[in-house]
Design a protein around this ligand. Structure first.
Ligand code: DLL
Length: 435
């Protein structure tokens, strides 16, 4: 396998050396936060932990965790660890579930973040000869600015498209011979669908790879996108609170995302007890940023449910790998007591030959949870008779029942009736929250 790294010494550093580096950085970072963030100092004091108690990564569990709730409480400046005049940038979450989180960056923080995105790009084969089309949103969302910065570092010709205007995206792919596409997986699927409608075959475009993330997507969706665009599709993960995209990324092995461990220390905990779980367990992913100056979160609870592995990777990287997040502990639907993740539904739909255009509607009728799944038919499937559609619905309901253990009601709807997403797709409408 061809080896491709952006920062080879760091990306392939032996694990023992890497952990020594992490320990040294952690000791300094804890001191920095304790001295400069009164809110976190108080949390440490309440737990009876002093900076000198943290001698290395083996002491990490002694520190208090932080949640989105803490960030809301300290909005807008409470977690800032440097004078505001040393900051050069902010980014922010969309704030759909409450107050926005504002993340601050010094110039060094921006560099570090862009380096991580550059690692992700080089891992999928990017060189200065590539044309990288960035179709993540630009602005407060970290997707566009992060990949844009990484693409500059690699030296690709960068097309700062932002999301939306799909026909123009396709025109640029064709006219400027883009080779790498960066956007959300749902938008990649939409671009593929639109290309097909425009009569452009997968082999007629110059794209070779895509870096897709910011929302959950399944292996089945990966195969669909790879086929429709004629590319290799790679996953990338990150969150505004830690920097943005590039906290972890897939290599050519496509079997999980290497976490940039020299910058981000990962743990898996039991979401209920906060107990740290052994490598290989499923639990909530927690990050400690080791180098960030302006917004250095210690033990930040992501709510993403995940698993880590240190199995040797054929790519030669030594950094721990995370699997695709299986869902969020706060997005997991509990329907009649059964845990349901939207990704399980997506897997069934694609395996049964449907498109990834669907919406899940949850409600409560007479104290009973209901789950309805609207699934779009393709134009070919739509010519079937009503009787046949009813049969298809029954079959899909049976397949979903087998996967989930509960029976959703399926509604097959006409092509193009479910809104397409140019950013993060909204898959679930939970009307129970309104009651
Ligand atoms: O979504 C950063 C990003 C931009 C990542 C572009 C990748 C590409 P936030 O808007 O703060 O940041 O949302 C972070 O999105 O906690 C996960 O729940 C989810 N998420 C991000 N990447 C993935 C992924 C950006 N590859 C939240 N798979 C995270 C599944 C993802 N979920």
């Amino acid at each position: 396998m061809e080896k491709r790294y952006y920062q080879p010494e760091i990306e392939t550093m032996p694990v023992a050396e890497l952990q020594k580096l992490q320990s040294e950085k952690l000791v300094k970072q804890v001191r920095h936060v304790y001295d400069n963030v009164p809110y976190y100092r108080q949390k440490m004091d309440e737990k009876g932990v002093k900076p000198e108690d943290i001698k290395g990564i083996e002491d990490l569990h002694k520190l208090p965790t932080i949640t989105k709730g803490d960030l809301r409480e300290t909005y807008p400046y409470g977690m800032l660890a440097v004078p505001l005049e040393d900051c050069v940038r902010i980014q922010s979450t969309s704030g759909t579930t409450g107050k926005r989180v504002i993340a601050y960056y010094t110039q060094k923080d921006v560099e570090l973040w862009e380096d991580c995105c550059a690692r992700a790009l080089v891992a999928v084969g990017a060189t200065k000869k590539d044309v990288c089309q960035v179709a993540y949103g630009y602005g407060l969302f970290t997707g566009g600015p992060g990949l844009n910065g990484g693409s500059h570092k690699v030296g690709c010709l960068t097309l700062p498209m932002s999301s939306g205007n799909t026909e123009r995206q396709i025109q640029f792919i064709q006219d400027l011979q883009a080779t790498i596409l960066c956007c959300t997986p749902s938008y990649a699927a939409y671009i593929g669908e639109t290309m097909k409608e425009m009569g452009i075959k997968p082999e007629d475009n110059t794209l070779k790879a895509g870096i897709f993330g910011a929302e959950p997507w399944t292996e089945e969706m990966r195969r669909d996108i790879e086929k429709s665009l004629g590319i290799k599709a790679y996953d990338i993960y990150g969150l505004t609170e830690t920097s943005g995209p590039g906290v972890s990324f897939e290599c050519e092995a496509q079997t999980g995302m290497h976490i940039c461990e020299d910058h981000f220390l990962a743990e898996i905990i039991d979401p209920d007890t906060e107990e740290v779980l052994p490598l290989g367990s499923v639990g909530e992913l927690v990050f400690t940023s080791l180098d960030k100056e302006a917004f250095p979160l210690l033990r930040y609870r992501t709510r993403d449910i995940c698993r880590l592995t240190r199995e040797p990777c054929p790519c030669g990287r030594t950094h721990v790998k995370m699997c695709k997040p299986m869902g969020r502990s706060d997005d997991m639907l509990i329907i009649r007591g059964v845990n349901v993740f939207p990704s399980q539904i997506e897997t069934v739909l694609i395996n049964e030959g449907y498109s990834p255009n669907y919406q899940i509607i949850v409600d409560r009728v007479s104290n009973n949870d209901t789950i309805d799944v609207n699934v779009e038919l393709s134009p070919e499937q739509f010519h079937d008779t009503i009787k046949e559609i009813a049969k298809l619905e029954k079959n899909l309901e049976a397949a979903l029942r087998t996967m989930l253990g509960i029976g959703p009601k399926v509604h097959l709807v006409a092509p193009k009736t479910i809104a397409r997403s140019e950013g993060k797709a909204k898959r679930v409408i939970d009307n129970r929250k309104l009651h």
